[in-house]
Ligand binder design. Structure first.
Ligand SMILES: Nc1ncnc2c1ncn2[C@@H]1O[C@H](COP(=O)(O)OP(=O)(O)OP(=O)(O)O)[C@@H](O)[C@H]1O
Ligand SMILES: [Mg+2]
Length: 575
């Protein structure tokens, strides 16, 4: 339903002033001008309104009409999102090519496609909010569950038989309400759940430096700050490909179009290691590349979280990846610069901090309305201008996320990938994960993590001394620390996204590799303390560790164990 609301009086970049807008509400979706561009009401003042337009505004003229829609900016949800590519308002891009014709009200779902529906309830049954009405095989990987809407409960009056339906056809009538597979949801409003749960389950990313040193729980949040070219996109894409979540929502926000094209090609080619199905079958991609209108980015992260919450409501673990939140914040700044609002830090609007907090707040492990456990995890890249890690987006993000994977320029230059700094990164989930690992039978997990971090820090300190005094002047135990920290970096922490065996590493092999290095450290220290000449220790060839890491399969723990025994006997060999 479109209601006449007013006419354009002024076009100011992506912002449009509207006269006669007294019937509009803040955050209401409107269509602007004869091309019906999508816009959202930013503010109201008496008879006039300011609207932010999510599309290129060139060509808009004063006196063109602005129409109200009576609803906030919303996304159309239903089966058919997985495998699709959408813009920030969840309008399908794939069929339209990289460019979408302007026009606000195009849907996300294919109205003609027929889905095989299997009912889960019978007429006369009583249902509560969130109950499963029936299922649809959305992709080979994910079964779509059609749920009773959150505000509805009562008797099933009708339910469709097993058979084919479109997203617009009625599948059930509950307490007088007709329910279809498709529904819309206002993207800025979190979808309801029964409650928050504390999470102790790891999100296994298959990336050793993350899983071993700065791990994350399912339902948690992580920020990835890093300067230009330090590996943010590659790290997040590795996680998208290999982590053990059910559904991935990838929001490419203001990044390069060709990167996204490559990503989509990759996803289409990669087999999901767990199901053997295509990775695309569990991925929703939302893009606002740098060549698309700036303000469209603003909506895209909310759209992304809404889609993830939708699958969470069905009982799935979903991960939202936003690359990059800095490009998204630029849209906020652009908007603030054009309104009379007094900017705060570096031109960002004063609500930057609360907006970021509210975004990350939508992550969590939840009890769904139907009583299942499910999660939304949010990972956001932060690309500070000029690599300045003190700027506002980075600083606020650090406060709101559970883990920080800070990418270090020097490590990246030295081709140590992923270039996650061990001094500047952190994880508030490490403690609860240690308890989870212990309950699973690995009670050495926390101790190994502590030892590894200690070794890295010790070596950093020793190296800075060695730069002044020369390595030769150091006592033997410190020289052993240098050898072993290097082994830890090269044999465990480095992990090439391009290595077929090593781009993903199973948790058991991760643990075995770290234990191997720490055991070598202990054995070498004992040997040095026992009188072995440090030169002999330094001459030991330990390159096998990196070889086993790289050349043996991702879950080959035996190879690591065998190598450990062999190196130990090498160290113990009589002088
Ligand atoms: N895990 C990895 N394995 C191998 N190479 C890597 C890895 N991580 C990063 N690189 C290298 O670093 C380069 C830059 O990475 P990437 O594009 O992810 O950086 P970025 O931080 O996203 O850059 P930008 O600031 O431009 O967005 C890659 O092209 C690749 O050569
Ligand atoms: Mg990038």
């Amino acid at each position: 339903m479109e209601l006449s609301a007013g006419t354009i009086t002024r076009v100011n970049g992506p912002l449009v002033e509207v006269a006669g807008g007294c019937d509009l509400r803040v955050a209401e979706l409107v269509t602007v001008g004869s091309r019906q561009l999508a816009g959202e009401v930013l503010s109201l003042a008496g008879e006039s309104a300011t609207v932010q337009v999510y599309e290129e505004t060139s060509g808009l003229r004063p006196r063109e009409a602005v129409l109200a829609t009576g609803r906030p900016l919303s996304a159309e949800l239903g089966p058919g999102l997985l495998g699709g590519v959408f813009d920030g308002m969840l309008r399908r891009l794939q069929d339209a090519g990289p460019w979408l014709e302007p026009g606000a009200l195009r849907g996300a779902l294919d109205p003609e496609r027929r889905w095989r529906f299997t009912p889960s309830v019978r007429p006369g049954e009583q249902v509560e909010p969130g109950a499963v009405l029936g299922t649809v095989p959305e992709t080979d990987a994910i079964t779509y569950r059609a749920l009773v809407p959150h505000e509805l409960a009562g008797t099933i009056e009708t339910i469709a038989d097993e058979g084919e339906v479109t997203v617009g056809e009625t599948i059930a009538t509950v307490a007088g309400h007709e329910i279809t597979l498709a529904h819309t949801w206002p993207v800025r409003r979190p979808r309801p759940a029964a409650g928050r749960l504390s999470s102790g389950r790891p999100l296994i990313t298959g990336q050793r430096v993350v899983d071993l040193l700065f791990p994350l729980c399912q339902g948690s949040t992580a920020g990835v700050p890093g300067g230009f070219g330090t590996g943010k996109t590659l790290l997040l894409q590795q996680i998208a490909k290999w982590c053990d979540a059910d559904v991935i929502v990838y929001v490419g926000c203001g990044e390069r179009g060709n990167e996204l094209a490559e990503l989509l090609e990759d996803f289409a080619a990669i087999e999901d290691p767990r199901s053997g199905q295509r990775l695309m079958d569990r991925t929703v991609t939302i893009v606002n590349t740098s060549n698309m209108p700036l303000l469209a980015r603003e909506a895209s992260i909310y759209t992304g979280v809404t889609v993830a919450e939708h699958y969470r409501d069905m009982g799935y673990d979903a991960v939202v990846i936003a690359d990059s939140t800095s490009r998204w914040a630029e849209a906020l700044r652009e908007s603030a610069a054009r309104t009379e609002e007094l900017p705060a830090e570096e031109g960002y609007p004063p609500e930057l901090s609360s907006t970021l907090a509210a975004f990350y707040e939508r992550a969590g492990r939840f009890q769904t309305l139907a009583g299942a456990q499910a999660s939304v995890t949010i990972l956001g890249a932060v690309s500070p201008p000029g690599g300045d890690l003190a700027e506002p987006v980075t600083a606020h993000t650090r406060r709101f996320v559970r883990a920080v994977w800070s990418l270090d320029r020097q490590l990246a230059y030295a081709r140590h990938h992923p270039a996650i700094s061990w001094t500047d990164s952190s994880s508030r989930d490490a403690e609860s994960l240690a308890a989870f690992k212990a309950a699973e039978g690995d009670d050495g997990w926390a101790q190994r993590r502590r030892e590894a971090l200690q070794l890295l820090m010790d070596a950093d300190r020793i190296e800075s001394i060695a730069q002044l005094t020369g390595v030769e002047s150091l006592p033997s135990p410190e020289r052993v620390a240098l050898i072993c920290a290097r082994l830890l970096r090269e044999g465990v922490l480095q992990q090439s996204a391009l290595s077929l065996n090593d781009r993903y590493c199973a948790p058991a092999k991760q643990a075995a590799l770290l234990a191997l290095v720490l055991d070598i450290n202990r054995a070498l220290l004992a040997s040095a303390n026992g009188g072995t000449a440090i030169e002999r220790i330094e001459a030991l060839d330990l390159s096998d560790v990196a070889r086993v890491r790289d050349e043996c399969p991702a879950d080959d723990v035996d190879a690591v164990t065998r190598l450990g025994a062999e190196i130990q006997s090498r160290i113990a060999r009589p002088r």
